[in-house]
Design a protein around this ligand. Structure first.
Ligand SMILES: [Mg+2]
Length: 289
């Protein structure tokens, strides 16, 4: 991976070039580059309490039907088998057990087997054949540009439970590498791992981008989109002004609608009440909210 970041302290930029993308002279936007002006933060002091749109990445900026999630499950299964010397059946059981207990299979591996989290990341997420399933998405690019122009956000910020290497690869394959100002990722090198939907992860992120999360009015200006039910519910509870749940799959939509707390979080479910979680069924509806 080719990344470089300027070491001038606060707000240093981050540049990444995806070697798997051949720049196309016909389409200069699709150059395999990601340029994040403020890198992984923190934002400089003068940028305080700005209006920020926070974007999840996986299964949000690309469709679940790409089956990247399934590709990941195969890699994790192989990792359990090879590194813990397990049969298919035992590897499957342990994988499920760690996922249910900790939310991330990796957390169980780090806690119980002293696995090197970054080595795991390189064997799982970073080895996915993303090139076969992700490509330049001009419609999504235009949607994000429209929001930037028409809804006067100060910053676009990526917020992911993946490690930064995976995040940068995905964004470069989609041709969105020049649209975001920074990235907050899940630091697999930390133990215990802090990730969405933990309050601490949101607080760390907001602090990093100079948002006073105790100020209700400041939080009202912030927007968040994610495909995960627990993540959007957490953001709603924490006071983000606009929370958008991207629900791609019909069966997920039906399941969420049938829950007893649906009204509390989503209102009538028709996006008429902007203080509730808004639902979109395609990421291209993002500029219609
Ligand atoms: Mg996601």
């Amino acid at each position: 991976m080719t990344t470089s970041s300027m070491s001038n302290g606060v707000g240093s930029s981050l540049h990444y070039t995806n070697p798997e993308i051949t720049p196309d002279p016909q389409n200069p936007v699709y150059d395999g580059q990601v340029n994040l002006k403020y890198g992984i933060g923190p934002l400089p002091q003068e940028l305080q309490n700005k209006k920020i749109f926070f974007f999840d990445i996986d299964n949000c900026l690309y469709e679940r039907s790409t089956k990247i999630h399934d590709m990941m499950q195969v890699k994790i299964h192989e990792y359990f088998k090879a590194n813990l010397k397990l049969s298919d059946e035992d590897a499957h059981k342990l994988h499920i057990s760690y996922y249910t207990t900790y939310g991330l299979a990796l957390e169980g591996l780090v806690r119980n087997h002293q696995v090197d989290a970054l080595e795991y990341n390189s064997q799982v997420d970073d080895s996915l054949d993303l090139k076969s399933v992700l490509s330049y998405n001009p419609k999504l690019r235009q949607t994000l540009l429209d929001i930037k122009q028409n809804q006067d956000y100060d910053l676009f910020w990526l917020i992911t439970n993946a490690y930064k290497t995976h995040a940068l690869r995905v964004v470069s394959f989609l041709g969105l590498g020049d649209l975001f100002d920074g990235l907050t990722f899940c630091d697999y090198a930390q133990s215990p791992i802090i990730c969405k939907p933990m309050d601490q992860f949101f607080f760390n992120t907001l602090k990093n981008v100079n948002i006073d999360y105790n100020d209700k009015q400041v939080m009202q200006k912030q927007s968040f989109v994610d495909d995960s039910e627990i993540n959007v519910k957490a953001a709603h509870r924490l006071g983000f002004g606009l929370v958008i749940h991207y629900i791609e799959i019909d069966s997920d939509y039906e399941k969420i609608k049938s829950k007893s707390d649906f009204k509390e979080y989503y209102g009538n479910g028709d996006n008429s009440d902007k203080s509730k979680i808004q639902i979109i069924r395609s990421i291209l509806e993002l500029n219609k909210i």
